[in-house]
Write a protein that binds this ligand. Structure first.
Ligand SMILES: Cc1ncc(COP(=O)(O)O)c(C=O)c1O
Length: 382
């Protein structure tokens, strides 16, 4: 149902760990002469350190502290998805989660497929893991959708298919039938699916709820699926460095994936304890930030639509506006003119590998007044 890379083995405990677990199970006190954790060594820490919002001890769990994983599972429950906290891994960011998943699933030189157009981070993350990233096309005919014929041609021998829902910058959610077809295709090719849902909670005002279901909610998924999310987008808190991966799929392969992922996560233990302890509060309070971001993004999208008309491609969600402009000047020329003559910075579309045509991409996050000035500048150069 999926294959794993050879960088990590299955993680079966050795004889010593089995004996230790048996002693722990019967409550036998052990004099631990392997102690490497200074917070368990009876040291006295200065008050400034002890007062940090963290327990004064370090109790690492490769998957992340259970309380934080429970908070993540509860957050999925709010969105109607049942997630077992034991199937959740915490990492410092979704970028790090991608790196771990590439290590888990692929060996150097193996291929993973990523949607195109999409934001360029995947290419760097794959290159850094020595994994070959090839594109599969998204087609636009008033809405964006996966070009399944092209994906089918390319999926043979591939280790993972990446999907971004809603996409950055295109703002298209994977549709229900796309969920099912992607899962079936991945299962048929022993390939895993990695679904990046970091913008899932920023639907456009007219996007129905049922169009934005999480992969974490798909029961009995026939393929191994990893759903990614994180505080950086869902609560507008990138500086806190807390993200999560939910592992789903046929139980046997899912459990193997969990065991192997645990070895990878254990090698880094990258999430800081204070943010994990604060996770329940941050996830709860994040709702307020999310509401604020959502109304900002919707207000700016409406202003952009009013000014640009049909040049603004419709979007079902996300934080970006995609403008398709007449091809009289290239996207780079337009971006240079905006910056050179108007001090306005936009992304030229080539950064995202749009198929053909002239595209500019603008963030919908700026304060509305400044945003409107930017839109006027865009109008004046197009
Ligand atoms: C679709 C998407 N996924 C993931 C990320 C990375 O987010 P993180 O801060 O969790 O690494 C970004 C960053 O912009 C993004 O646009």
């Amino acid at each position: 149902v999926a294959r794993f890379g050879t960088r990590v083995a299955s993680g079966a405990p050795n004889a010593l760990s089995q004996l230790l677990a048996a002693k722990h199970a019967v409550g036998k006190p052990i004099l631990d002469l392997t102690l490497g954790n200074p917070t368990m060594a009876g040291l006295v820490y200065p008050p400034d350190i002890a007062a940090l919002p963290a327990a004064p001890t370090y109790q690492p769990d490769p998957r992340g502290l259970r309380g934080a994983r429970e908070a993540v599972a509860a957050d999925y429950a709010r969105r109607g998805a049942r997630v077992d906290p034991e199937h959740v891994f915490l990492s410092a960011s979704t970028s790090e989660a991608y790196a771990w998943l590439f290590k888990l699933l692929a060996d150097p030189g193996d291929v993973v497929l990523a949607p195109e157009p999409s934001y360029p981070l995947h290419a760097y993350l794959a290159a850094l893991e020595g994994v070959t990233l090839l594109p599969y096309p998204l087609a636009y005919d008033g809405v964006w959708h996966i070009d399944f014929a092209a994906l089918k041609e390319r999926i043979g021998g591939v280790r993972a298919v990446l999907a971004v829902s809603p996409g950055n910058p295109i703002g298209a959610y994977l549709k229900r039938d796309e969920h099912a077809r992607l899962l079936a295709l991945c299962a048929a090719h022993d390939c895993a699916l990695i679904c990046d849902e970091v913008f899932a909670e920023y639907p456009a005002s007219d996007t129905p709820d049922e169009e934005r279901a999480s992969f974490a909610a798909v029961p009995d998924a026939p393929a191994l699926v990893f759903s990614l999310g994180g505080l950086s987008k869902s609560a507008g808190l990138p500086q806190l460095k807390l993200a999560w991966t939910v592992v789903a799929g046929p139980p046997a392969v899912r459990d193997q994936a969990l065991a192997r992922l645990e070895l990878i996560a254990d090698s880094y233990l990258s999430v800081a304890t204070p943010v994990m302890l604060a996770a329940p509060r941050l996830l709860a309070a994040g709702a307020e930030v999310r509401t604020e971001i959502l109304s900002r993004v919707r207000e700016n999208r409406a202003a952009l639509a009013a000014a640009m008309g049909r040049a603004l491609l419709p979007a079902e969600g996300g934080w970006y506006g995609v403008l398709r402009l007449p091809g009289t000047r290239s996207d780079e020329e337009l971006a240079l003119a905006l910056l050179g003559d108007h001090d306005v910075l936009v992304h030229p579309g080539y950064l995202f590998d749009f198929p053909r045509g002239t595209y500019l991409v603008v963030s919908l996050l700026p304060p509305p007044e400044a945003f409107r000035r930017g839109v006027e500048a865009i109008l004046s150069v197009t």
